[in-house]
Design a binder for this molecule. Structure first.
Ligand code: ZN
Length: 76
């Protein structure tokens, strides 16, 4: 049973996703990269810290305003 639970938690954490947030239209784009979980795991091991969750947000601008000249927060 313990192995099943661990496997579930592993795959659950694996699917944890992170965000790109657009400063123009405030849209949130989700992405998932397993390397981020590897970093979390390594940092926890190095610092003997039991990490239970994380949040990672990248802020910037999506291409909508640049390509279409408008977006939800920028009316022409
Ligand atoms: Zn945008």
């Amino acid at each position: 049973m313990a192995a099943t639970k661990a496997q579930f938690e592993k795959s659950y954490k694996y699917k944890q996703h992170d965000h790109l947030i657009c400063a123009d239209c405030s849209k949130v784009f989700e992405f998932c990269d397993p390397r981020i979980y590897e970093i979390q795991k390594l940092a926890g091991e190095l610092l003997n810290f039991n990490i239970t969750s994380h949040s990672l947000n990248f802020h910037g601008k999506c291409t909508k305003l640049a390509t279409e000249g408008t977006c939800e927060n920028h009316k022409p």
